[in-house]
Design a protein around this ligand. Structure first.
Ligand SMILES: *Cc1c(COP(=O)(O)O)cnc(C)c1O
Length: 424
């Protein structure tokens, strides 16, 4: 087993080693952030987010929306919009958040396999740029709202592609709750149905084939599979969704956003699709995940000789449910010595009343890890904060944006008062 230091390619773009040998993000030492703002905390490299958004806009010049479910707060919505990205939302709550951040409604794409009447009405009233129709029922639901103008829509189809990823997050196969099936003719029936409707203007087709995908060929395959459908129905936009993976661990290798975009543009150019087709995408994780490091304080270390060591931190499944949901692994390191070798094996566990509450099993950490240390997990910017809960009535950590030596509180730490604000 390797005892190598934490791989630095997992760190956000502006990560650097400070004079004291500790890790800094955006020019601020993580140890200083922990001292001032407490732990746990999600620390985002703002420049990293900007860099990824800019690269996505270059890779998809016809339009690209940030999948806000991976990480959303108002500051993030504003950042994405400033970089020229649209905003992809999947619920009335996400829609409300981006609207309240001042995002231009025409740049919003509204998704969801079970949008309520109220959510659809909210989207239509706000004049969102696109609604992505996910089912036959939704066609009728939109008609029943009698919109003043036809609602611009994409149709989400399941192209029947199984991308190499964790099975819980595969959404492109026929056995999926999302979209209408291409292979059995449902997608064509949906187009025929929509074309009879005065309430809907069908603009294009949408396919999202999965999440955390480590190769480009499934996306090229999706273009190939959708090509005849798009041509036959004279659609003017093809959205390939999101799903590009990120490296979480030593040894993970993934295409960049630039390589991903280029492979899709190439597949379109080599197809018979019209040259003026709009090719769009919705990356989430590949924008947000590597941008953040979560910092914790070690509270107890329990050594059961011959069994294992347990290192308890002040977070857990409440602020990062991905390990228990998906078995997702994380590298673990100490910001005070990011270049230290990590010969000690331990389970990094949270503070919740569940035996299954862990951040990483058999993690490798420096041998001198001690109670009181600040401990950190990189690549925790996507699907951590957005999936966090108040289980055990633990307040959610703050979201901190760091850039050029400054720390901005994008979301403050929850208080105990926040926890009871909805209670009678
Ligand atoms: C989740 C989702 C995305 C973003 O996926 P990532 O894996 O975060 O890139 C994009 N589009 C749709 C429709 C989604 O459901």
């Amino acid at each position: 087993m390797s005892t190598a230091p934490v791989p630095q390619f997992l760190f956000p773009d502006t990560a650097s080693i400070a004079q004291d040998g500790s890790l800094a993000i955006g020019g601020v030492r993580l140890l200083d952030i922990a001292a001032e703002y407490g732990t746990p905390a999600y620390v985002y490299d703002e420049q990293h987010l900007i860099n990824r958004c800019n690269v996505a806009v270059e890779a998809f010049p016809d339009g690209v929306a940030y999948a806000s479910k991976s990480f959303l707060c108002r500051e993030m919505a504003r950042l994405a919009q400033r970089c020229g990205m649209g905003l992809d939302v999947v619920s009335g709550g996400e829609l409300f958040t981006v609207l309240s951040a001042g995002v231009d409604p025409s740049q919003i794409v509204f998704h969801g396999n079970n949008k309520s009447n109220a959510e659809l009405a909210q989207a239509i009233e706000a004049k969102v740029g696109l609604v992505v129709i996910d089912s036959f029922d939704e066609i009728e639901r939109i008609e029943s709202l009698s919109p003043a103008k036809p609602v611009r829509c994409l149709l989400r189809v399941t192209p029947g592609i199984e991308a190499h990823t964790h099975e819980f997050v595969v959404t492109g196969i026929d056995d999926s709750k999302f979209g209408v099936v291409l292979g059995n003719g449902d997608a064509q029936h949906a187009v025929d149905r929509i074309r009879k409707s005065k309430a809907i203007e069908l603009v294009g087709a949408h396919a999202h084939i999965g999440s955390n995908i480590y190769e480009t060929f499934p996306f090229q395959k999706a273009v190939e599979v959708l090509e005849p459908f798009v041509i036959k129905n004279e659609l003017t936009e093809l959205c390939v969704g999101g799903g590009l993976g990120v490296a979480f661990m030593e040894g993970d290798s993934v295409p960049t956003i630039t390589e991903w975009g280029a492979s899709i543009q190439k597949a379109v150019q080599e197809s018979n699709l019209p040259s003026d087709i709009r090719v769009t995408a919705e990356p989430g994780r590949s924008i947000s995940a590597n941008a953040a490091i979560t910092i914790y304080t070690v509270g107890t270390i329990k050594d059961v000789p011959g069994v294992r060591k347990f290192v308890s931190i002040d977070g857990g499944m409440n602020e990062n449910p991905r390990p228990i949901l998906y078995g997702s692994p994380y590298e673990v390191f100490l910001p005070r010595s990011p270049e230290a070798i990590r010969p000690m094996k331990a389970n990094i566990v949270g503070k919740l009343c569940e035996s299954g509450d862990f951040i990483m099993k058999d993690a490798l950490i420096p041998a001198d890890t001690a109670v009181g240390d600040i401990l950190a997990t990189p690549v925790t910017g996507g699907y951590q904060y957005s999936m966090a809960s108040n289980y055990n009535r633990i307040p959610r950590p703050p979201v901190l944006f760091v850039r050029d030596g400054d720390v901005k509180v994008a979301v403050r730490r929850e208080t105990y008062e926040d926890l009871v604000r909805l209670d009678l």
